[in-house]
Design a protein around this ligand. Structure first.
Ligand code: SF4
Length: 366
Protein backbone atom coordinates (compact mmCIF):
# COMPACT_ATOMS: atom_id res chain seq x y z
CA UNK A 1 0.00 0.00 0.00
CA UNK A 2 1.47 3.37 -0.91
CA UNK A 3 1.58 5.94 1.88
CA UNK A 4 0.05 9.40 1.29
CA UNK A 5 2.93 11.88 1.01
CA UNK A 6 2.03 13.76 4.21
CA UNK A 7 1.95 10.65 6.38
CA UNK A 8 5.07 9.07 7.87
CA UNK A 9 5.12 5.29 7.66
CA UNK A 10 6.38 4.16 11.07
CA UNK A 11 7.56 0.85 9.60
CA UNK A 12 10.41 2.80 8.02
CA UNK A 13 12.00 3.40 11.46
CA UNK A 14 14.23 1.22 13.59
CA UNK A 15 14.14 1.80 17.36
CA UNK A 16 16.64 4.66 17.47
CA UNK A 17 15.17 6.54 14.53
CA UNK A 18 11.61 6.13 15.84
CA UNK A 19 12.64 7.55 19.21
CA UNK A 20 14.36 10.45 17.42
CA UNK A 21 11.25 11.06 15.30
CA UNK A 22 9.11 11.43 18.43
CA UNK A 23 11.63 13.76 20.06
CA UNK A 24 11.85 15.87 16.89
CA UNK A 25 8.07 16.34 17.13
CA UNK A 26 8.10 17.34 20.80
CA UNK A 27 7.24 13.98 22.36
CA UNK A 28 9.13 11.71 24.73
CA UNK A 29 11.55 9.20 23.13
CA UNK A 30 9.83 6.52 25.21
CA UNK A 31 6.77 6.86 22.96
CA UNK A 32 8.85 5.22 20.25
CA UNK A 33 9.32 2.12 22.42
CA UNK A 34 5.60 1.98 23.17
CA UNK A 35 4.79 2.20 19.47
CA UNK A 36 7.21 -0.60 18.60
CA UNK A 37 5.52 -2.93 21.07
CA UNK A 38 2.08 -2.16 19.68
CA UNK A 39 3.19 -2.61 16.08
CA UNK A 40 5.40 -5.69 16.40
CA UNK A 41 4.32 -7.49 19.57
CA UNK A 42 0.60 -6.76 19.42
CA UNK A 43 0.35 -6.43 15.61
CA UNK A 44 -1.80 -3.33 16.06
CA UNK A 45 -1.78 -0.72 13.27
CA UNK A 46 -4.71 1.43 14.40
CA UNK A 47 -3.47 4.25 16.66
CA UNK A 48 -6.93 4.56 18.26
CA UNK A 49 -6.45 1.07 19.75
CA UNK A 50 -3.11 1.95 21.41
CA UNK A 51 -4.68 2.50 24.79
CA UNK A 52 -1.56 3.36 26.80
CA UNK A 53 -1.03 6.48 24.68
CA UNK A 54 -2.85 9.67 25.63
CA UNK A 55 -5.82 10.74 23.52
CA UNK A 56 -3.97 13.82 22.24
CA UNK A 57 -1.02 11.74 21.04
CA UNK A 58 -3.29 9.18 19.37
CA UNK A 59 -5.12 11.97 17.55
CA UNK A 60 -1.83 13.53 16.50
CA UNK A 61 -0.57 10.20 15.16
CA UNK A 62 -3.80 9.69 13.20
CA UNK A 63 -3.14 12.82 11.14
CA UNK A 64 0.65 12.51 10.85
CA UNK A 65 1.58 8.84 10.65
CA UNK A 66 0.52 5.43 9.43
CA UNK A 67 1.60 1.82 9.90
CA UNK A 68 1.43 0.52 6.34
CA UNK A 69 2.99 -2.81 5.37
CA UNK A 70 2.76 -3.86 1.70
CA UNK A 71 -0.59 -5.45 0.94
CA UNK A 72 -0.97 -9.15 0.13
CA UNK A 73 -2.09 -9.84 -3.44
CA UNK A 74 -2.14 -13.61 -3.11
CA UNK A 75 -1.20 -16.42 -0.74
CA UNK A 76 -0.33 -19.89 -1.99
CA UNK A 77 0.30 -22.98 0.11
CA UNK A 78 2.45 -25.85 -1.15
CA UNK A 79 1.62 -29.49 -0.47
CA UNK A 80 4.72 -29.53 1.78
CA UNK A 81 3.43 -26.64 3.95
CA UNK A 82 5.55 -23.92 2.34
CA UNK A 83 3.63 -20.63 1.99
CA UNK A 84 4.31 -17.99 -0.66
CA UNK A 85 2.91 -14.47 -0.61
CA UNK A 86 2.81 -12.00 -3.46
CA UNK A 87 2.91 -8.40 -2.20
CA UNK A 88 1.79 -5.29 -4.04
CA UNK A 89 4.51 -2.65 -3.95
CA UNK A 90 2.76 -0.15 -6.23
CA UNK A 91 2.84 0.88 -9.90
CA UNK A 92 2.13 -2.62 -11.11
CA UNK A 93 5.03 -4.23 -9.22
CA UNK A 94 4.91 -7.19 -6.86
CA UNK A 95 7.45 -9.06 -4.76
CA UNK A 96 7.50 -12.50 -3.18
CA UNK A 97 8.08 -13.79 0.34
CA UNK A 98 8.25 -17.46 1.33
CA UNK A 99 7.76 -19.26 4.66
CA UNK A 100 9.34 -22.69 5.00
CA UNK A 101 8.12 -24.66 8.04
CA UNK A 102 10.26 -27.47 9.43
CA UNK A 103 9.79 -29.55 12.58
CA UNK A 104 12.32 -27.54 14.59
CA UNK A 105 12.11 -24.11 12.97
CA UNK A 106 10.27 -21.80 10.59
CA UNK A 107 12.29 -19.81 8.07
CA UNK A 108 11.03 -16.71 6.32
CA UNK A 109 12.72 -15.79 3.04
CA UNK A 110 12.41 -12.04 2.46
CA UNK A 111 12.93 -9.90 -0.66
CA UNK A 112 15.03 -6.73 -0.71
CA UNK A 113 14.50 -5.37 -4.24
CA UNK A 114 11.90 -5.45 -6.99
CA UNK A 115 13.88 -7.71 -9.34
CA UNK A 116 17.67 -7.78 -9.37
CA UNK A 117 20.32 -6.11 -11.51
CA UNK A 118 23.02 -8.73 -11.01
CA UNK A 119 21.75 -11.14 -13.62
CA UNK A 120 23.11 -14.42 -12.25
CA UNK A 121 22.60 -16.87 -15.08
CA UNK A 122 20.84 -19.56 -13.00
CA UNK A 123 18.31 -17.26 -11.26
CA UNK A 124 14.71 -16.51 -12.23
CA UNK A 125 14.80 -13.11 -10.51
CA UNK A 126 17.97 -12.06 -12.35
CA UNK A 127 16.42 -13.11 -15.65
CA UNK A 128 13.58 -10.64 -15.08
CA UNK A 129 15.72 -7.51 -14.65
CA UNK A 130 15.60 -4.78 -12.03
CA UNK A 131 12.95 -2.23 -11.15
CA UNK A 132 13.75 -0.57 -7.80
CA UNK A 133 14.94 -0.94 -4.22
CA UNK A 134 12.40 -1.72 -1.51
CA UNK A 135 11.99 0.67 1.42
CA UNK A 136 12.59 -0.42 5.02
CA UNK A 137 8.80 -0.50 5.48
CA UNK A 138 8.46 -2.83 2.49
CA UNK A 139 11.19 -5.16 3.80
CA UNK A 140 10.10 -5.35 7.45
CA UNK A 141 6.46 -5.16 6.29
CA UNK A 142 6.89 -8.58 4.62
CA UNK A 143 7.89 -10.00 8.01
CA UNK A 144 5.02 -8.15 9.72
CA UNK A 145 2.45 -9.52 7.27
CA UNK A 146 3.85 -13.06 7.40
CA UNK A 147 3.83 -12.95 11.22
CA UNK A 148 0.24 -11.74 11.12
CA UNK A 149 -0.91 -14.44 8.69
CA UNK A 150 0.96 -17.23 10.50
CA UNK A 151 -0.20 -16.25 13.97
CA UNK A 152 3.44 -15.80 15.00
CA UNK A 153 3.58 -15.39 18.82
CA UNK A 154 -0.12 -16.33 19.15
CA UNK A 155 -0.47 -18.65 22.16
CA UNK A 156 3.21 -18.03 22.86
CA UNK A 157 4.34 -19.94 19.75
CA UNK A 158 7.02 -18.35 17.62
CA UNK A 159 6.33 -19.53 14.07
CA UNK A 160 9.13 -17.49 12.48
CA UNK A 161 12.41 -18.55 14.10
CA UNK A 162 14.79 -17.59 11.28
CA UNK A 163 14.85 -14.91 8.61
CA UNK A 164 16.96 -15.12 5.47
CA UNK A 165 17.42 -12.19 3.10
CA UNK A 166 17.44 -14.56 0.14
CA UNK A 167 14.28 -13.59 -1.73
CA UNK A 168 14.24 -11.29 -4.73
CA UNK A 169 17.16 -8.89 -5.05
CA UNK A 170 20.71 -8.34 -3.80
CA UNK A 171 20.26 -7.05 -0.22
CA UNK A 172 23.66 -5.35 -0.06
CA UNK A 173 22.75 -3.12 -3.01
CA UNK A 174 19.99 -1.70 -0.80
CA UNK A 175 22.00 -1.11 2.36
CA UNK A 176 20.28 2.06 3.61
CA UNK A 177 16.87 0.34 3.73
CA UNK A 178 18.26 -3.04 4.75
CA UNK A 179 20.09 -2.03 7.94
CA UNK A 180 17.05 -0.61 9.84
CA UNK A 181 15.04 -3.69 8.80
CA UNK A 182 17.76 -6.03 10.12
CA UNK A 183 17.86 -4.08 13.39
CA UNK A 184 14.09 -4.50 13.76
CA UNK A 185 14.39 -8.25 13.14
CA UNK A 186 16.87 -8.44 16.05
CA UNK A 187 15.27 -5.77 18.28
CA UNK A 188 13.59 -7.12 21.43
CA UNK A 189 10.77 -4.58 21.09
CA UNK A 190 10.14 -5.84 17.54
CA UNK A 191 10.84 -9.42 16.34
CA UNK A 192 13.62 -10.16 18.83
CA UNK A 193 15.56 -12.76 16.84
CA UNK A 194 19.14 -13.60 17.73
CA UNK A 195 21.62 -12.29 15.14
CA UNK A 196 22.70 -15.80 14.22
CA UNK A 197 19.10 -16.48 13.13
CA UNK A 198 19.05 -13.57 10.68
CA UNK A 199 21.05 -14.22 7.53
CA UNK A 200 21.97 -11.82 4.75
CA UNK A 201 22.84 -13.51 1.47
CA UNK A 202 25.02 -11.74 -1.06
CA UNK A 203 26.38 -12.48 -4.50
CA UNK A 204 29.66 -10.99 -3.27
CA UNK A 205 29.70 -7.20 -2.97
CA UNK A 206 33.02 -6.95 -1.19
CA UNK A 207 32.92 -3.35 0.17
CA UNK A 208 29.31 -3.82 1.29
CA UNK A 209 30.24 -6.99 3.22
CA UNK A 210 32.66 -4.85 5.24
CA UNK A 211 29.97 -2.21 5.80
CA UNK A 212 27.55 -4.90 6.99
CA UNK A 213 30.18 -6.28 9.37
CA UNK A 214 30.65 -2.83 10.90
CA UNK A 215 26.90 -2.14 11.20
CA UNK A 216 25.00 -5.17 12.53
CA UNK A 217 25.73 -8.58 14.01
CA UNK A 218 23.90 -10.99 11.72
CA UNK A 219 24.92 -14.09 9.78
CA UNK A 220 26.37 -13.98 6.28
CA UNK A 221 25.74 -16.32 3.35
CA UNK A 222 27.63 -16.00 0.09
CA UNK A 223 26.28 -17.20 -3.23
CA UNK A 224 29.46 -18.89 -4.44
CA UNK A 225 28.34 -21.53 -6.98
CA UNK A 226 31.83 -21.96 -8.46
CA UNK A 227 35.36 -22.15 -7.11
CA UNK A 228 37.25 -20.68 -10.03
CA UNK A 229 36.90 -17.26 -11.58
CA UNK A 230 36.22 -18.39 -15.16
CA UNK A 231 33.16 -20.40 -14.19
CA UNK A 232 32.01 -17.93 -11.54
CA UNK A 233 32.22 -15.08 -14.06
CA UNK A 234 29.68 -17.01 -16.12
CA UNK A 235 27.32 -17.92 -13.26
CA UNK A 236 27.64 -14.76 -11.14
CA UNK A 237 28.73 -11.88 -13.43
CA UNK A 238 29.50 -9.71 -10.38
CA UNK A 239 32.59 -11.91 -9.98
CA UNK A 240 34.27 -9.91 -12.76
CA UNK A 241 34.32 -6.94 -10.41
CA UNK A 242 35.00 -8.80 -7.16
CA UNK A 243 36.85 -12.07 -7.95
CA UNK A 244 36.77 -15.04 -5.57
CA UNK A 245 40.09 -14.19 -3.86
CA UNK A 246 38.79 -10.74 -2.85
CA UNK A 247 35.46 -12.25 -1.83
CA UNK A 248 37.11 -14.85 0.40
CA UNK A 249 39.20 -12.12 2.05
CA UNK A 250 35.99 -10.22 2.84
CA UNK A 251 34.44 -13.41 4.28
CA UNK A 252 37.50 -13.86 6.52
CA UNK A 253 37.15 -10.27 7.76
CA UNK A 254 33.43 -10.82 8.39
CA UNK A 255 34.00 -13.93 10.51
CA UNK A 256 36.82 -12.41 12.52
CA UNK A 257 35.75 -11.61 16.07
CA UNK A 258 32.28 -13.06 15.59
CA UNK A 259 31.69 -16.06 17.80
CA UNK A 260 29.86 -18.85 15.94
CA UNK A 261 29.58 -16.72 12.81
CA UNK A 262 31.16 -18.87 10.15
CA UNK A 263 30.06 -17.90 6.67
CA UNK A 264 27.68 -20.17 4.78
CA UNK A 265 28.63 -20.78 1.15
CA UNK A 266 25.66 -21.39 -1.13
CA UNK A 267 26.44 -23.67 -4.07
CA UNK A 268 23.70 -24.37 -6.62
CA UNK A 269 24.20 -27.78 -8.22
CA UNK A 270 23.85 -27.49 -12.01
CA UNK A 271 24.09 -30.57 -14.18
CA UNK A 272 27.39 -30.79 -16.07
CA UNK A 273 28.32 -27.20 -15.20
CA UNK A 274 29.72 -27.16 -11.64
CA UNK A 275 28.85 -30.56 -10.20
CA UNK A 276 31.82 -32.77 -11.10
CA UNK A 277 34.44 -34.14 -8.71
CA UNK A 278 37.06 -31.72 -10.06
CA UNK A 279 34.74 -28.85 -9.08
CA UNK A 280 34.47 -30.25 -5.55
CA UNK A 281 38.27 -30.49 -5.33
CA UNK A 282 38.66 -26.85 -6.41
CA UNK A 283 36.06 -25.83 -3.84
CA UNK A 284 37.95 -27.67 -1.09
CA UNK A 285 41.19 -25.94 -2.05
CA UNK A 286 39.51 -22.51 -2.16
CA UNK A 287 37.66 -22.84 1.15
CA UNK A 288 40.58 -24.26 3.14
CA UNK A 289 41.61 -20.62 3.56
CA UNK A 290 38.26 -19.40 4.95
CA UNK A 291 36.29 -22.41 6.17
CA UNK A 292 32.55 -22.29 6.50
CA UNK A 293 29.47 -24.41 6.04
CA UNK A 294 28.66 -25.38 2.45
CA UNK A 295 25.02 -25.53 1.45
CA UNK A 296 24.42 -27.49 -1.75
CA UNK A 297 21.22 -26.36 -3.48
CA UNK A 298 19.70 -28.54 -6.19
CA UNK A 299 19.06 -26.19 -9.13
CA UNK A 300 15.37 -25.33 -9.49
CA UNK A 301 14.40 -24.94 -13.14
CA UNK A 302 12.34 -21.96 -14.34
CA UNK A 303 10.88 -21.18 -17.76
CA UNK A 304 13.52 -20.28 -20.33
CA UNK A 305 16.57 -21.52 -18.40
CA UNK A 306 19.27 -23.48 -20.22
CA UNK A 307 20.33 -25.34 -17.06
CA UNK A 308 19.19 -28.59 -15.49
CA UNK A 309 19.47 -29.86 -11.96
CA UNK A 310 22.34 -32.23 -11.11
CA UNK A 311 21.37 -35.85 -10.55
CA UNK A 312 20.92 -37.08 -6.98
CA UNK A 313 23.98 -39.29 -7.51
CA UNK A 314 26.14 -36.35 -8.60
CA UNK A 315 24.98 -34.28 -5.62
CA UNK A 316 25.65 -37.14 -3.18
CA UNK A 317 29.16 -37.71 -4.59
CA UNK A 318 29.93 -33.99 -4.44
CA UNK A 319 28.75 -33.83 -0.84
CA UNK A 320 30.79 -36.92 0.14
CA UNK A 321 33.91 -35.37 -1.39
CA UNK A 322 33.45 -32.22 0.72
CA UNK A 323 32.69 -34.16 3.89
CA UNK A 324 35.74 -36.36 3.38
CA UNK A 325 37.76 -33.13 3.47
CA UNK A 326 36.15 -32.30 6.86
CA UNK A 327 33.74 -29.65 5.60
CA UNK A 328 30.19 -29.42 6.87
CA UNK A 329 28.20 -29.85 3.66
CA UNK A 330 24.42 -30.07 3.65
CA UNK A 331 22.00 -30.54 0.77
CA UNK A 332 19.08 -28.15 0.89
CA UNK A 333 15.84 -29.99 0.52
CA UNK A 334 13.77 -28.42 -2.26
CA UNK A 335 10.62 -26.89 -0.80
CA UNK A 336 7.58 -25.29 -2.38
CA UNK A 337 8.49 -26.28 -5.93
CA UNK A 338 4.81 -26.79 -6.88
CA UNK A 339 4.11 -23.09 -6.17
CA UNK A 340 7.40 -21.79 -7.68
CA UNK A 341 8.64 -20.88 -4.21
CA UNK A 342 11.89 -22.84 -4.31
CA UNK A 343 15.32 -21.25 -4.27
CA UNK A 344 16.04 -19.23 -7.40
CA UNK A 345 12.44 -19.48 -8.62
CA UNK A 346 11.11 -16.20 -7.22
CA UNK A 347 10.21 -13.90 -10.04
CA UNK A 348 7.43 -11.73 -8.61
CA UNK A 349 5.59 -9.66 -11.12
CA UNK A 350 7.10 -6.39 -12.13
CA UNK A 351 7.94 -4.12 -14.97
CA UNK A 352 11.63 -4.13 -15.82
CA UNK A 353 12.48 -0.56 -16.62
CA UNK A 354 16.18 -1.31 -16.81
CA UNK A 355 17.74 -2.16 -20.15
CA UNK A 356 20.45 -4.79 -20.29
CA UNK A 357 23.02 -2.04 -20.97
CA UNK A 358 21.90 -0.14 -17.85
CA UNK A 359 22.08 -3.33 -15.82
CA UNK A 360 25.65 -3.92 -16.85
CA UNK A 361 26.48 -0.29 -15.98
CA UNK A 362 24.95 -0.80 -12.54
CA UNK A 363 27.06 -3.91 -11.99
CA UNK A 364 30.20 -2.05 -12.91
CA UNK A 365 29.25 0.90 -10.72
CA UNK A 366 28.72 -1.08 -7.51
S1 SF4 B 1 20.97 -15.02 -7.36
FE1 SF4 B 1 20.55 -13.22 -6.07
S2 SF4 B 1 22.04 -11.68 -6.77
FE2 SF4 B 1 21.95 -13.25 -8.40
S3 SF4 B 1 20.37 -12.46 -9.84
FE3 SF4 B 1 19.32 -13.83 -8.37
S4 SF4 B 1 18.54 -12.43 -6.79
FE4 SF4 B 1 20.15 -11.32 -7.92
Amino acid sequence: MSTPAALTNLLDFDRDSLRQWFVAHGHSAFRGDQLLKWIYHQQVTDFAAMTNLGKDLRDWLQVNAVVAPPQIVSEQQSTDGTVKWLFDVGTGNAIETVFIPEPSRGTLCVSSQVGCALNCSFCATGAQGFNRNLSTAEIIGQVWQAANRLGHQRNGTRRITNIVMMGMGEPLLNMSALLPALRLMCEDLAFGLAGRRVTVSTAGLVPAIDTLADSVDVSLAVSLHAADDDLRNELVPLNRKYPTAQLLDACARYSRGRVKRTVTYEYTMIDGVNDQIQHARKLITLLRRVPGKINLIPFNPFPGTRYRCSSETAIAKFQQQLMAADFIATVRRTRGQDIDAACGQLAGDFMDRTSRRQRIQMQVAV
